[in-house]
Ligand binder design. Sequence first.
Ligand code: ADP
Length: 391
Amino acid sequence: MSVPIRVLIVEDSEDDTLLMLLELRRNSYEPTSERVDSAEAMSAALNRETWDLILSDYAMPHFSMSTALTMVQEKGLDLPFIVVSGAIGEEAAVAAMRAGAHDYVMKGNITRLAPVVERELREAEMRRERKRVEEERERLLHELEDRSKELSQLLFISSHDLQEPLVNIQGFTREMELSLQEVHSLLESGDIPPAVKEKLVATIDKDITDSLNYILAGTIKIDTLLKGLLKVSRLGRATLTIEKLNMKDLIAKVVESFEFQIRKAGAKLEVGRLPPCWGDRVQINQVFSNLIGNALKYLDPELPGIISISGRKEDNKVVYTVEDNGIGIAPEHHDTVFQIFQRVHPKDSSGEGLGLTIVRHILERHGGNIWLESEPGKGSRFHVALPIRNW
Ligand code: ADP
């Protein structure tokens, strides 16, 4: 089966052009071709047609391979460009390849032409495919960025704007409580039949008061959730100031801020080797405050608590580990603990289920990540990886 192919031949000799076309035909190609031997003709041919391949002589009386190659490159075309020459010297061949030609074939050895063409067509197709995939990836990344910006904007606006009506609901509920107290005292003093009075007092004290308490409890919960959402969305908008961080100092400060809780828990805190990392001081501080805070919060009350913090360099990243011998986390919750408002041990301590969501968010913005190893009753190890930057 013959393969149709559009070949632009940069050549001053009709005979040599024929030689190349015959060789291609002999190898199952069905070439549609045009011969050019000047810049004008070359430019017109490039503008008129979409070519699959360029075969170019090295030196011609009115034109040269290097000008032809430059014209192709300036048009941004990624076409196989093969030099086919009668007597190209080793040096000229190397120079042609350096300039961007894909290969060269001696006219005296024309049987090499078809395999070279076949390989170069295949590679050009692979380059085009890679470019297509790369462009698609870029497009999807941009789309994702836009969506994520839109989403965080939406999150910010909705959590921010919902707070106002919520404050109103809370305020008016409290006002109703006060009004009820007034009604209550009026009932006590008024001239009302005892049976009616008893019924009204029961309604006020039980039904209405219960309802108001439910409303208030609900608004407090919504308030906490909205504040949490607002915190996360603010984090995504804050600008990062990346600098080289001395982690020994940073961790020492975080540990100092937990001095009271450490003493209260009777825990032992060990700090090992800590290589520096690159990050936003405030946010990286927040990461380790959350991790060390959790390590303390979820210690096993039956065991003397031991928490250790260490770090190591690994290829192109720094990995820090915060380890505790606390209550641990079952494997099925290793992913959920990073989700917003998710708590695995709600009864053991107070919290919003936001800390690890924020930690993961911060690390993602730094190009880093977080993962954990843990089992119930065997403590937890949270690993934080941050990329090393060369400045
Ligand atoms: P919070 O501590 O406010 O609940 P986090 O997002 O910091 O929220 O943590 C989510 C959940 O992951 C916690 O509720 C707890 O169940 C679990 N957790 C986090 N750190 C630890 C730890 N060091 N040991 C055991 N459980 C942990």
